[in-house]
Write a protein of this length. Structure first.
Lengths: 472, 232
């Protein structure tokens, strides 16, 4: 996975000054979190379902090898093919080989984070196969040659005018000479152009939201209906997904379906939830004659049995992004990874490396909102702390930070000395304060970096310990 | 080692420390043979009349529309009313499954039927369905020898005829119906359709008719209906 997370600090700074991005983020923050809350309140069993979903995923992960073989057996029994990919290269080659095998020239693709992770589309294009993203957001960023800035709303960083410019630039050659100003017209134009692509495609590629082990079924969730057109029309359907997507039965899939759209967008359910089992049957009136599932590991099995295993429960709903003060301040691109927000801060160091992505788990206030809203109760703040520890152990953090932490750690071993130091620090805070004396606005030396972007409240009543004693 | 063995061996190596293969196998077999239900929303446990109301409320909340008629005889006029109210013309494409319902279409001269051609866009597609689930206002569409499921996605307007007896409260009831002694009898594609196609990809504002139908209209047939009312 190609990541540029080492540029996080620089990109964040740029993002904070990007007024158009800031407007989009404000929109997102206000919209999805309140919608999720309303949907949650409408379903009294919501929190119970979250507990059950966590337990189902834990059970699956603890027995994953058996479940994967069960799933495979059922796919084959229903007439499909299963391919196994240890890493991104292998996954790309498998898909390319299937496409070349059927002589595919054009393919349509529905939204899939795994295909972003393994950078599938550039690989196919490099081999002369035209691959069109059909999810509207993905289509927009494909035209702009950008990466998704959000795992379910990939073009959330753009406004209507920017999208209008992009369409005008790219659709002119198809005879669309008018610059559009209405959202509905933009949607209609994309519909018209992409409909032709759907009808002409040789292969349809999708991801999978869930894999039902009991029946070898691939479950796909969309609002646009693009997955259904992607997989239902061409002669070949390839579903490519991570090995952790297994759920045991349709009953278990139901629990996740009840959580997914509510957590993601505050919807009761997405417009389309498709359960795909095998290729077209002998007397069926439509459907592909070839059905392939590509199971991708790419670093996932390394998380099993470790303290990062909880992350494999993730269903990519985006609730943690939508509630994260850091994500909502800097947007997805600053993370330099297709996985952004809290889930990205945990997953990216695993899939790329902590050396490259160390900034991400550090860019968190550990406020805990992500864990509060996670439908499968992933302890995201705890996992981000684990990465910080790993980074510290590997001596990757900045020397000044390491020195500071070591001094603080040493001081902590002598409670009395610590208290004296803290009392002095608390009293001298106002020296760095503004005229009002309420906020520290400029700290000296290495601490100046901290106050360059934010102020710190001056404690008026001494250290925590002295306040504690007074109140007791 | 081939790629399959390589991936599986990697997974197994991580799990071996915690349990034996035999234990894992028996745990999985146990769970799969039970297909037990998890918590099921209480909102799905209601009288049939209330379920119809819930289904209608859920679907109309996402811009779907629902009308009710007492018998199949009333379906053709309900279809023409809908087309007229929405100025959708007279041309309709009738799915084989819907054709087999025995609706007396000939009684209504207002409709013009066009043949279904695979992989072609159509204006109005009339389909039947396997059933529906009230908890989220979802229709259950299944591909088969007499239903081209792509019609549900290619039509600009999808009119779905639902026999009220096939409406259930929660998803699990559908799974039970599909299950037999030899396992689940699943179609290639079973899709829960829970509204017209929509997207929020531009500035998070919901727009309808992204790639699939712009309009989804359900005609529920059966049960005593006070009075038929045309719905736009």
């Amino acid at each position: 996975m190609d990541v540029t997370s080492e540029k996080f600090v620089k990109l964040s700074e740029k993002a904070l000054h990007d007024s158009s991005l800031q407007a989009s983020m404000t929109f997102l923050g206000m919209g999805l979190s309140s919608r999720r809350k309303l949907a949650k309140d409408r379903l009294e069993e919501f929190d119970t379902l979250r507990d059950e979903a966590r337990d189902i995923k834990d059970h699956v992960l603890e027995n994953l090898d058996v479940y994967l073989q069960n799933f495979e057996e059922q796919v084959i029994a229903s007439g499909g093919h299963v391919h196994w990919a240890a890493d991104a290269d292998a996954a790309r080659d498998i898909v390319l080989a299937i496409c070349q095998g059927v002589g595919a020239r054009t393919i349509t693709k529905s939204k899939s984070m795994v295909t972003e992770e393994i950078e599938l589309v550039p690989h196919l294009e490099a081999h002369g196969i035209s691959a069109v993203e059909t999810d509207l957001g993905e289509y927009i960023i494909q035209l702009r040659n950008e990466k998704p800035s959000h795992i379910i709303a990939p073009a959330i960083h753009l406004n209507k005018d920017q999208i209008s410019d992009t369409f005008f630039e790219h659709h002119r050659k198809a005879g669309f000479n008018e610059k559009l100003t209405e959202r509905s017209d933009l949607v209609a134009q994309a519909r018209q152009i992409l409909r032709e692509k759907f009808l002409a495609a040789d292969v349809g590629i999708s991801g999978a939201n869930f894999l039902v082990a009991d029946s070898g079924t691939v479950v796909l969730v969309t609002n646009e209906g693009n997955a259904e057109l992607t997989i239902g029309l061409p002669e070949t359907h390839i579903a490519i997904t991570g090995i952790e997507k297994i759920v045991p039965t349709f009953e278990d899939a139901s629990t996740f379906i009840r959580l997914l759209a509510r957590s993601a967008a505050g919807m009761e359910i997405s417009s389309y939830t498709s359960f795909i089992t095998g290729p077209r049957r002998t007397d069926d009136r439509d459907g592909p004659s070839d059905f392939h599932v590509v199971l991708v590991d790419n670093g996932r099995s390394d998380m099993l049995g470790t303290r990062f295993q909880d992350m494999l429960r993730c269903i990519r709903c985006s609730a943690c992004l939508n509630h994260c003060p850091v994500y909502l301040s800097v947007g997805g691109h600053a993370y330099g990874s297709v996985y952004s927000g809290p889930m990205g801060a945990v997953l990216t160091p695993q899939l790329a490396s902590i050396d490259k992505a160390g900034h991400l788990p550090n860019a968190s206030t550990l406020c805990g909102r992500c864990e509060e809203v996670c439908p499968v109760r992933i302890p995201l703040p705890k996992l981000m702390r684990y990465w910080r520890e790993k980074e510290f152990e590997k001596h990757l953090s900045a020397p000044a930070l390491r020195r500071g932490i070591m001094i603080w750690g040493w001081l902590n071993r002598f409670p009395r000395l610590y208290r004296v130091a803290m009392a002095v620090a608390a009293r001298s805070m106002h020296l760095f304060g503004s005229t009002k004396g309420q906020w520290m606005t400029k700290l000296p030396g290495i601490a100046s970096g901290w106050t360059r972007h934010r102020d710190m409240k001056v404690s008026g009543d001494g250290s925590f310990m002295s306040q504690w004693k007074k109140r007791k | 080692m081939n790629p399959r063995e390589h991936v599986l061996a990697g997974v197994t190596a991580r799990l071996e420390e915690h349990s034996s293969l035999a234990t894992r196998q028996s745990k999985v077999d146990g769970r799969l043979s039970m297909h037990g239900r998890n918590t099921v929303p209480a909102r799905g446990k209601k009288s049939h009349a209330e379920l119809i109301e819930l289904f209608t409320a859920m679907l109309t909340a996402v811009q779907g529309s629902v009308t009710r008629v007492e018998s199949l005889r009333q379906v053709p006029p309900a279809v023409s009313d809908y087309l007229e109210l929405n100025t959708l013309g007279k041309e309709v494409c009738l799915d084989e499954e819907a054709e087999q319902l025995g609706i007396p279409w000939e009684t209504n001269a207002n409709l013009e039927f066009v043949a279904w051609v695979p992989k072609r866009s159509i204006s109005v597609g009339i389909t039947s369905c396997y059933g529906a689930v009230a908890e989220t206002g979802s229709l259950v569409a299944c591909s088969s020898g007499n239903h081209a499921i792509t019609m549900n996605f290619l039509a600009e307007t999808n009119i779905v005829i639902l026999d009220s007896r096939n409406l259930v409260g929660v998803y699990e009831e559908i799974w039970d119906e599909l299950r037999s002694e030899s396992g689940m009898q699943l179609p290639r594609d079973l899709t829960l359709i829970s509204g017209p196609s929509c997207t929020g990809d531009i500035e998070m504002v919901l727009e309808f008719g992204a790639h699939g139908p712009k309009r989804l209209h359900v005609i529920i047939v059966g049960d005593a209906v006070a009075e038929y009312e045309p719905v736009a």
